[in-house]
Design a binder for this molecule. Structure first.
Ligand code: SAM
Ligand code: DTB
Ligand code: SF4
Length: 346
């Protein structure tokens, strides 16, 4: 692609070079938001917000040394560690989340990688149960092989979360027990098994603007592009090397969201960790810039989150409604009883 046009609505596959992403990123902020809003409106209903719920099904004790993470054994964060939850307890939480309006239920395990065995079998049961409830089941379990990805697919998994987190150039300032290419290999295994990939990252790790640009460019070059892109703002946690990080300027956060939306028009762009510290006005600006999904509920994995009351009031004030569950959407399209479990979603 040689030129950047302001109206991307006719483009099938935006394919920006690093230089073009850089040019985009540095545009006047309100022009960038305006452009992102146009892309957003061409691909999504701008009045709908997808509500997702997170549950940590296995907490703490992870051998990776991610500098931001309270669950790493290398950090000294205060944490209630928990072994893998029982399937029934997880499904009870999923039921509550569905009642509260969630359409996606994400289960996280503090594993560096998936190991075959009873624990993985139990997670497969959790996925089946959540899928049968009509919710999108998503898991984040660390690295995995192609064979394991196929088993997740067979269990009905909708999406797997595996973040690139930051740029390749900055990666070893954040974690050294694995490489950027390890992350990309897992993403490749997921894509080859036909699983939707949810991949995003964290802003505020101490990275530069160029790191954010490089990170967003790499994400957009994944083939296929991620189905969803979680944008986390660092939650600085006592006992981690990042506890005293300077908070990132909120307009940088919005700028990155707008660029993510333009580069990945069809993706769900999800405001993930860090919303508790972000004003409702800034969140509304992020929605204007193309964010269309949030994690709701009192808790993320281990840290507090804006509760349902806050989110309900925010959506009401902005005249937005929660997005419908994917099964219902399919019923609406085919007008018949659906047996495809949402796999043939329009
Ligand atoms: N172990 C799995 C892995 O690393 O892929 C999954 C769990 S991990 C907790 C999921 C994501 O949560 C990380 O990739 C990171 O983006 C985000 N995260 C963890 N701690 C965070 C923090 N303190 N602030 C913001 N985001 C955080
Ligand atoms: C993602 O990118 N953010 C979510 C989800 N994927 C798994 C996790 C945020 C975790 C924030 C820190 C915590 O609560 O432990
Ligand atoms: Fe935390 Fe995941 Fe890193 Fe483990 S691999 S320390 S759970 S972010």
């Amino acid at each position: 692609m040689s030129t950047i046009q302001d109206n991307h609505t006719n483009k099938k596959d935006p394919d920006y070079t690093l230089e073009e992403v850089m040019e985009l990123y540095h545009r006047p902020l309100l022009d960038l938001i305006y452009m992102a809003a146009q892309v957003h409106r061409a691909h999504h209903n701008p009045h709908e917000m997808q509500i997702c719920t997170l549950l940590s099904v296995k907490t703490g004790g992870c051998i990776e040394n991610c500098g931001y993470c309270p669950q790493s054994i290398h950090n000294e964060a205060e944490l209630d560690k928990e072994i893998l939850m029982k399937v029934d307890d997880v499904l009870e939480e999923a039921r509550k989340a569905k009642e509260a309006g969630s359409t996606r239920f994400c289960m996280g395990a503090a594993w560096p990688r998936v190991l075959d065995g009873r624990a993985f079998d139990r997670v497969l049961e959790m996925i089946k149960g959540v899928t049968d409830m009509g919710m999108e089941a998503c898991v984040t379990l660390g690295m995995l092989t192609k064979e394991q990805a196929k088993r997740l697919k067979a269990a009905g998994l909708h999406t797997y979360n595996h973040n690139l987190d930051t740029s390749r150039e900055f990666y070893d300032k954040v974690v050294t027990t694995r490489t950027y290419d390890d992350r990309l290999d897992t993403i490749k295994n997921l894509a080859e098994a036909g699983i939707n990939v949810c991949s995003g990252g964290i802003l505020g790790l101490g990275e530069s603007q160029n790191d954010r640009i490089s990170f967003l460019h790499t994400l957009s070059q994944l083939n296929p592009q991620p189905e969803s892109v979680p944008i986390n703002m660092l939650v600085p946690i006592k006992g981690t090397p990042m506890e005293d990080n300077e908070p990132l300027d909120i307009f940088e956060w919005i700028r990155a969201i707008a660029v993510a939306r333009i580069l990945m028009p069809k993706a769900m762009v999800r405001l993930s960790a860090g919303r508790l510290a972000i004003s409702k006005e800034a969140q509304a600006m992020a929605f204007m810039a193309g964010a269309n999904s949030i994690f709701s509920g009192e808790k993320l994995l281990t840290t507090p989150n804006s509760g349902e009351a806050f989110d309900e009031a925010l959506l009401k004030a902005l005249d937005m409604t929660p997005r419908k569950p994917f099964k219902e959407e399919h019923h609406h399209v085919c007008q018949s009883v659906c047996t495809c479990k949402g796999q043939k979603r329009k």
